[in-house]
Design a protein around this ligand. Structure first.
Ligand SMILES: [Zn+2]
Ligand SMILES: [Zn+2]
Length: 254
């Protein structure tokens, strides 16, 4: 995870042959800096996959698309592409896909799936390569059965833990925004996460990364507490990490 939270999201997934960036919600300069800090570079990225058009997921995208040193093909759903402000020129290397479709990028198999969120055509992803399956599900109001199905066999799971309901209710957001965040097309609360871990988390998920934490309405210590308690009750040995906004996470290697 290069960054995770309401001010910017980006994650890198790599095999020996293929490098995929999931979301581009950091400036190109910041992305470059964080990639270099883990021994990677912008020009070696093969594909940029976008989940949805909210600025915390695409703020660096138009600049990346214009840069001659970046050769990545940009993947997003057919309906999301027109919602991006590309500036004067649309990107040369754009690969629109149908939400829910499966496709291959190098040696990584990609499965997209629709998620309940107030964007035009938001998706989550599962990635599979070398027998390892990684699930990415952030920015969703709840976890429908269809998503539980996709996340069943994941070895690594990035799941949203956006807000603590009590903090959100007494917090500084206007009531209309609070309602939006709490709605079925808003964001996952710590309580949603706890329910998911108690009822649905697959025992094969060895690494759980909780991310997209709200700076105003959540705290890593609360997320840690809630998740650790749920995992303990399940008797699972899942390794828990919390992704943050300011610094890249550790590198998960298989
Ligand atoms: Zn969003
Ligand atoms: Zn977001």
């Amino acid at each position: 995870m290069l960054a995770s939270g309401s001010s910017g999201n980006a994650a890198l997934l790599a095999t020996e042959n293929t490098r995929i960036l999931v979301d581009a919600g950091l400036s190109m300069r910041e992305l470059h800096k964080r990639l270099v800090s883990i021994g990677e570079s912008l020009n070696s990225i093969d594909a940029i996959l976008i989940t949805h058009e909210h600025s915390d997921h695409v703020s660096g995208l138009a600049v990346l698309a214009r840069n001659k040193g970046v050769r990545a093909t940009i993947y997003m759903t057919r309906l999301t592409a027109p919602a991006i402000d590309w500036g004067a020129t649309p990107p040369a290397r754009l690969e629109p896909f149908q939400a829910g479709s499966c496709f291959q990028i190098g040696d990584i198999e990609v499965q997209s799936f629709g998620i309940p969120h107030d964007a035009i055509d938001p998706v989550g992803y599962c990635f599979e390569a070398e027998g390892i399956r990684i699930g990415v599900a952030t920015d969703l109001g709840y976890v429908p059965e269809s998503i539980k199905f996709h996340l069943r066999r994941t070895n690594v799971l990035l799941l949203e833990a956006n807000h603590d309901l009590d903090m959100l209710k007494v917090g500084p957001y206007p009531w209309s925004v609070k309602q939006r965040v709490m709605s079925r097309v808003g964001h996952l609360s710590n309580l949603h996460v706890s329910d998911y871990l108690m009822q649905d988390l697959a025992p094969c998920t060895a690494n759980l990364i909780l991310g997209h934490l709200s700076e105003q309405n959540n705290h890593p210590a609360i997320v840690q507490l809630v998740a650790a308690e749920a995992l303990e009750r399940r008797g699972l040995e899942t390794r828990l990490s919390i992704a943050t906004q300011m610094t890249p996470s550790e590198v998960f290697q298989f």
